[in-house]
Design a protein around this ligand. Structure first.
Ligand SMILES: [Zn+2]
Length: 397
């Protein structure tokens, strides 16, 4: 191999220059394993330097990608989707607002929304009758809520009949059981209501008997329970929204909540559970895979964790293929403009595109390019299998 003389000269000049910089003290040395002092970054192994201009804050720093690559936006899902994690909220109170929502869902090819707004009793009956009386009666179904206030001896004697009444009124499952179970709900005796409290067991067993899937959200992203320091991936979000912080002196730890939740899944193998937000393990797919392997009664819904799916396109692709019978599409907060980000991640091989919320994730997303049979299962077939009360017609074979 011939190396040009000018390249050698340049390399020598460069290393001499770097050594001189270090000698002149412009680089601040650190030992192996140490971090640079505040305001500096590691410019060469073991040598830190401060920018020569005042750095912008992370709030203002919005670099524009210069990457030129094919982009394939997907405004409509390739197959009709069931949004298993819907929060239509006020939109189920009148035929007009329901119809407005359904025309938005039409644009996106969302065939059915499962409302996970914890309705029960009169409010559930009202929502069901609005839906049943509208021309869009096959486009929304409702989950029943469980009232976890005042749990103590005898609580289930009222909760189970209420659930049976809600099923009779048209509920197709239970949920969304909110993160407040475990984080903040208290028992009658003033202690924290643990997710695996035995007083709740009769309700989980009733869900098995009544064939109602249980849609449950436990805890919040792992980073919300971690120290809010320069190493926390969600620093900006935690700084913006103080209510998302779970300091250890006031809340159980992330692992404590996961352990309680997994006890419930394991103790009720006949009950079908759907862990919302992929159980907050989309950043640790091997862990979710071990849970799927150990607990055949468990499925997972993928709302609001697209930032973790789309940052690991190869691992996520393989995971979705391997566990194609266990994952359900869901969106969570209702915002029509955000669904196409999901379609693009699932259906394309696009590189390095923006997510819809900067503060969730400062990184970019990639398409995971799911095969059609997997898309169909994730978009609608798994939900249909899990919840017998969903409308059966109008889905592709
Ligand atoms: Zn939700």
């Amino acid at each position: 191999m011939r190396i040009s003389r000018s390249l050698v000269t340049a390399l020598v000049a460069f290393s001499v220059g770097a050594a001189l910089v270090a000698q002149r003290g412009q680089g601040t040395p650190i030992k192996a394993g140490e971090e640079c002092p505040p305001g500096m970054t590691e410019v060469r192994p073991g040598s830190c330097q401060a920018p020569t201009m005042p750095p912008p804050s992370i709030v203002d720093y919005r670099p524009r990608s210069t990457l030129v690559t094919a982009a394939h936006p997907v405004p409509r899902a390739k197959y009709p989707a069931i949004d298993f994690h819907g929060h239509p909220q006020g939109r189920l109170t009148s035929a007009a607002s329901l119809s407005d929502m359904v025309s938005e869902l039409d644009q996106l090819n969302v065939g059915l929304m499962v409302a996970a707004d914890n309705l029960s009793g009169d409010r559930l009956r009202q929502a069901v009758s609005t839906i049943a009386g509208s021309p869009q009666k096959n486009r929304v179904r409702v989950l029943a809520g469980i009232d976890f206030r005042d749990v103590g001896p005898g609580w289930a004697d009222k909760a189970v009949p209420q659930l049976e009444a809600d099923l009779k009124a048209g509920a197709v499952g239970v949920g969304e059981i909110s993160k407040s179970l475990g984080l903040s709900v208290m028992k009658r005796d003033g202690s924290r209501l643990k997710i695996d409290d035995p007083d709740l067991d009769p309700v989980w067993e009733a869900c098995a008997r009544l064939n109602l899937p249980v849609f449950i959200h436990t805890a919040d992203p792992q980073q919300f329970f971690a120290p809010i320091d320069n190493h926390n991936e969600r620093w900006l979000e935690l700084a913006l929204f103080p209510g998302r912080r779970y300091p250890s002196d006031r809340f159980p730890s992330f692992e404590e909540l996961m352990t309680e939740r997994d006890h419930v899944f394991a103790r009720h193998p006949r009950t079908k559970f759907v862990a919302a937000h992929m159980g907050w393990h989309a950043n640790d797919l091997p862990r979710l895979g071990r849970m799927f392997d150990a607990m055949p009664n468990l499925s997972a819904e993928l709302g609001a964790v697209l930032y973790d799916i789309g940052r690991q396109p190869r691992a996520a692709h393989d995971f979705f293929v391997k566990y194609q019978d266990r994952i359900l599409f869901g969106k969570d907060a209702y915002e029509p403009s955000e669904y196409p980000y999901y379609w693009r991640v699932f259906e394309t091989r696009d590189d390095y595109f923006d997510y819809y919320r900067d503060y969730h994730a400062f990184w970019k997303l990639y398409g995971i390019d799911l095969p059609d049979p997997v898309l169909k299962k994730v978009y609608y077939a798994n939900a249909l299998k899990l919840a017998p009360g969903l409308p059966r017609d109008a889905w592709p074979q």
